[in-house]
Ligand binder design. Structure first.
Ligand SMILES: *Cc1c(COP(=O)(O)O)cnc(C)c1O
Length: 417
């Protein structure tokens, strides 16, 4: 075994892992495109782009060069009182991609924190305007918005990974997504009951990712917009997973033609190179923080806010979306995912096969032994991480068709028995 792995194993604490039974993680020597090169010489085809971040594949030379040049010039300076071009340029470019009026970008260093900031903005905007008592959010079953204390409270309370903490979390209102007559009626009743305590509605538009890759129609988002307007609530679209092409459009909100009041971005924002997130708020919300009173300012400021290397990576990633037909690639991937995964429908235990954009999902009645299934997939030469009741693929948009075939074949083969 690699020496650093066996020595460090006694000191590293892994994500979401029962350390007593967790198998050793696979030591990686290098990455390239959609491939992960392991220390023992094996090469895995990557099916999930490292938790949905590496949308242009690993080691993309354009991002590498941008980060290297930034590294030589200015890796990081504090964002309070000092400014650097990569962050200011990135803010302008992100604002230009947003619906009209969504124009203020607050940078953070992880998705969870971006969601926390979105929640703080929605609450404090109301406090600043003298509307106290509006501190709760309406969030949805199947939703996932992060692992910090604040965001755990707006995740699905039952299915979430956080039920243990239920007693400690701030209380919010969790409803079923309004997708049919019954859930729409329940949604309206819930709002009627709770709206006075609410600051906003938070949702992952079109696809609930970490909650199980569940899809809902664009009409649902329109309904949320109308409800938010009716009750004076801020509508937050958490596009940390769906942003940057994953659902087939650059952002999910575009498919619904619905503009939220706040959008959160992270994951693929830097093309998978460096941690960075953004909370983008409407002019109206921003204006609620403008006054003669210093206490009306948004009180948030991560130490590594707008890290220059991460901003350089994000700018370079945006370049790639501009200079390449990434959305065209996503629709080709969608067609191939559909063709490749559809045969799984006939396999035992499979209850659904669904594809939206660069997301392909095989849902089972249950996965009895996720660890064994993961090992089986590694045995097939692919890197895919089944969770809950699903096996899913979210490959890089640059994946070769032959590699994608290997991924879908591997999923089908692993589910065969
Ligand atoms: C991953 C994710 C988050 C949390 O992001 P982190 O960077 O892991 O904190 C929040 N919301 C959604 C929709 C996500 O997919």
């Amino acid at each position: 075994m690699t020496a650093w792995l066996s020595e460090g194993w006694d000191h590293v604490w892994l994500p979401y892992a029962q350390m007593q039974t967790s198998p050793l993680p696979l030591p990686v020597l290098r990455t390239e495109g959609s491939r992960i090169h392991l220390a023992d010489g094996r090469i895995l085809i990557d099916g999930i782009a490292s938790w949905w971040t590496a949308c242009h594949g690993y080691n993309h030379p354009h991002i590498q060069q941008a980060v290297a040049a930034q590294l030589a010039r200015l890796p990081h300076v504090m964002f309070g009182g000092l400014a650097h071009e990569p962050a200011y340029r990135l803010a302008s470019r992100l604002a230009a991609l947003m619906p009209a009026g969504l124009e203020r970008v607050f940078f953070t260093d992880s998705g969870s924190v971006a969601v926390e900031v979105a929640m703080k903005i929605a609450i404090q905007a109301r406090l600043n305007r003298g509307q106290g008592g509006r501190t709760q959010f309406l969030a949805f079953q199947g939703g996932y918005h992060g692992d910090t204390i604040g965001t755990m409270a707006v995740c699905d309370p039952e299915e979430g990974m956080h039920s243990l903490f239920a007693g400690l979390l701030p209380r919010h209102v969790i409803a079923a997504l309004p997708v049919d007559q019954a859930s729409i009626a329940a949604f309206h009743a819930t709002l009627e009951q709770h709206h006075r305590a609410l600051a906003g509605i938070i949702v992952e538009p079109l696809v609930q990712g970490a909650g199980g890759m569940k899809f809902h129609p664009p009409e649902t988002l329109l309904l949320l917009r109308k409800a938010a307007d009716h009750y004076g609530l801020s509508l937050i679209f958490d596009e940390i997973f769906t942003g940057f092409g994953r659902t087939g459009s650059l952002f999910a909100f575009q498919q619904a033609g619905v503009a939220p009041d706040i959008i959160t971005l992270s994951k693929a924002l830097s093309g998978g190179f460096l941690p960075i997130a953004a909370t983008i708020a409407s002019r109206e919300l921003f204006d609620a923080f403008l006054s003669d009173n210093p206490a009306d300012a948004l009180m948030h400021g991560p130490t590594y806010m707008a890290n220059a290397l991460a901003c350089a990576a994000a700018n370079a990633s945006l370049d790639l979306f501009e200079t390449n037909d990434r959305l065209g690639a996503v629709s080709t991937i969608a067609a191939q995912l559909r063709a490749g995964l559809e045969p799984c429908r006939a396999l035992p235990h499979v209850v659904d096969v669904r594809v939206r954009g660069g997301i392909g999902v095989v849902q089972l009645d249950r996965i009895a032994d996720p660890q064994a299934l993961r090992q089986k997939l590694i045995g097939q030469g692919v890197w895919v991480r089944p969770f809950r009741d699903i096996v899913y693929l979210t490959p890089a948009f640059t994946i070769e068709p032959a590699d994608l075939t290997r991924l879908t074949d591997a999923v089908a083969a692993a589910l065969q028995d």
